[in-house]
Design a protein around this ligand. Structure first.
Ligand code: SF4
Length: 579
């Protein structure tokens, strides 16, 4: 028999048109995910979250490397009647009979069976092929390469049709839901699931059951790099799988896209449209910062995220919920400020007496604010549904406590740094917009870098950064990114910055002074970026989850834990504390 290979270009445009329909066909691979875990189906198919991990690349390589032989064919098929579409990798004809092959990298189930998800996937291919050629498939063969087993499954058209229609029905039900299905599969399935770093099943069990120590399925570090481009007049283009940085002096630098997590363009740096398209399609972030370090914009992918945004809006419209989150966020921020000040004070051997008194007063003042926030949190935790609670008033009070604690914190920092008045880094409290001294310029620049990473983490999780719970909406910055930043200001920037000041790493020549405004110049910005990026790579042990991960990953983890506050596993956000 002859088989006509479907024109791939035609089929791709058909798939694109499919996406715009109200009830698009379901991908066969989505049914595979459904049989594995309903939550996996939901994350991939409904929320469009796909993570290509090492297993997935290995699977792709396996398929690319297989010798199809002369009698094996690949077809892309769709069936309106069944409501599915997919690419059948190997159809073989043997004595006029149709046989479907599916290759899997892993092991078979108990050495003699197919896994349910593989069975459903291959059976669906059988149905598609039967319908396309209007004749039944003889059998399905699943080849498991890890244990070298081929499982042969006789094909029963009616049985297959019933099973697939049932699965398609369930898939459509899930597709119309706004809520993610719960984590409800054996732990061993989660350990090999590519979406575990997004789903965080172990953390869900930990939050729900108080499991002693969750296994870390969330990657400890991101091996890809953030590329900052500071050279004014540079141009960025793409060549295949390489990003090319064209420097103004004619020099070119090529970096493999596999090694880049995001590009940060400082000031007058151009980028080609093709590069922007490529970055959007391959989850490489692009952030634009002004020459002076202000955050300007980020590349945001279109569509997707609808369900996540809905759930976020729903949650943030509940005053009880947001007020409690604010209490936890303020508590975490101010406690970290206090712990850092105490740590610095212990480390400083000879603080002048005058400063010691001021320092003690500021420490007491911060403690006072912490107690006040804790009292509000207690009131909120005890409140019942029917109680009349003045949420706006409590929120205002907490903003006051947090603001006062912040002022005391910077006063304490000034005491501890104890720099001479004629030192170019002399610090006498926080000022900004614009910073009026080098130390404040450093603080502002580091916070801008941190803000960029908070925006990136929020985008990676698929939340809407415009809609926060603590910071009020404003046009210059995303409120949710500012909210998330509060957890990291001390840990990610104040600590490495103060350490660098103590090491005397800064020079007057690192700054530019224009009237009353102070900025970091190119050399200063380079130093600050290196300091910040190195801090991100450092690992620490999360005090609640008790596993180690880099600070860079911690930002994304907190953004994911924040989302869990309204998706069924609350209690883990904003619990990170300095030791
Ligand atoms: S990590 Fe587990 S619960 Fe989450 S999607 Fe994967 S298999 Fe399902």
């Amino acid at each position: 028999m002859s088989i006509n290979i479907t024109n791939e270009g035609f089929f791709n445009s058909h798939f694109l048109a499919e996406k715009t329909r109200d009830n698009p066909l379901i991908r066969v691979m989505a049914l595979h995910a459904l049989a594995y875990c309903e939550r996996l189906f939901y994350l991939e198919e409904v929320e469009e979250i796909r993570v290509a991990d090492a297993n997935i690349y290995a699977g792709r390589r396996l398929h690319e490397g297989l010798d199809k032989g002369s009698k094996k064919y690949t077809l892309e098929l769709a069936s309106q009647e069944l409501g599915i579409r997919g690419k059948v990798d190997y159809i073989c004809t043997n004595a006029g009979e149709l046989i479907i092959y599916e290759h899997k990298k892993g092991r078979s189930n108990k050495g003699n069976q197919a896994w349910p998800s593989d069975y459903l996937q291959t059976t669906t291919y059988g149905l598609l092929v039967s319908e396309h050629f209007n004749r039944p498939v003889k059998e399905l063969r699943i080849r498991y390469h890890a244990d070298n087993k081929t499982i042969v499954i006789p094909f029963d058209l009616n049985k297959a049709k019933n099973e697939i229609l049932k699965a398609v029905k369930r898939a459509r039900e899930l597709r119309s839901c706004l809520q993610r299905p719960p984590v409800n599969v054996p732990e061993n399935l989660c350990r090999t699931c590519s979406l575990a770093p997004v789903c965080l099943p172990e953390e869900e069990h930990f939050a729900a059951e108080g499991k002693e120590k969750p296994v870390r399925l969330f990657p400890a570090e991101d091996e890809r790099r953030v590329i900052h481009i500071l050279e004014q007049g540079a141009f960025i283009s793409k060549d295949g799988y390489q990003i090319i940085i064209h420097l103004p002096d004619g020099e070119k630098k090529a970096i493999s896209t596999a090694h880049i997590s995001s590009l940060v363009l400082h000031g007058n740096v151009q980028i080609s449209t093709q590069t922007i398209h490529f970055c959007a399609a391959n989850e490489i972030g692009i952030h634009w910062l002004s020459y002076g370090g202000h955050y300007v914009a980020a590349l945001q992918r279109g569509a997707g995220f609808v369900q996540r945004h809905h759930r976020q809006y729903d949650a943030f419209c509940k005053p009880f919920f947001t007020t409690l989150l604010i209490a936890r966020l303020c508590q975490a921020k101010v406690e970290n400020q206090l712990k850092y000040i105490l740590r610095l004070a212990r480390a400083k051997r000879s603080t002048p007496v005058q400063n010691k008194k001021t320092l003690e007063a500021t420490i007491n003042a911060i403690r006072h604010e912490i107690k006040a926030i804790a009292r509000i949190e207690k009131t909120l935790s005890k409140a019942d549904d029917g109680d009349i609670v003045e949420y706006d008033k409590l929120t205002g009070e907490m903003r006051g406590h947090e603001g006062r604690a912040g002022r005391e914190y910077f006063k304490a920092l000034a005491c501890i740094l104890n720099l001479e008045k004629d030192s170019f880094l002399y610090f006498d409290g926080r000022n900004r917009r614009p910073p009026r001294d080098p130390f404040n310029a450093l603080l502002s620049f580091g916070y801008a870098l941190l803000y960029k990473d908070c925006v990136a983490a929020i985008q990676a999780v698929g939340l809407d950064p415009c809609f926060g719970f603590f910071h009020t909406p404003r046009s210059t910055a995303y409120p949710l990114a500012l909210d998330l930043m509060e957890l990291f200001r001390v840990i990610m920037w104040d600590m490495p910055l103060i350490a660098s000041v103590n090491r005397k790493q800064w020079r007057k020549q690192d700054f530019e002074i224009t009237g009353k405004q102070v900025w970091l110049n190119k050399e200063g910005r380079k130093k600050a970026i290196i300091l910040y990026e190195n801090r991100k790579k450092e690992k620490w042990k999360h005090p609640v989850l008790k596993y180690s991960l880099s600070y860079a990953r911690t930002i994304e983890l907190e953004a994911r834990l924040l989302e869990k506050e309204w998706t069924g596993s609350p209690g883990l956000f904003a619990r990170l504390r300095l030791r």
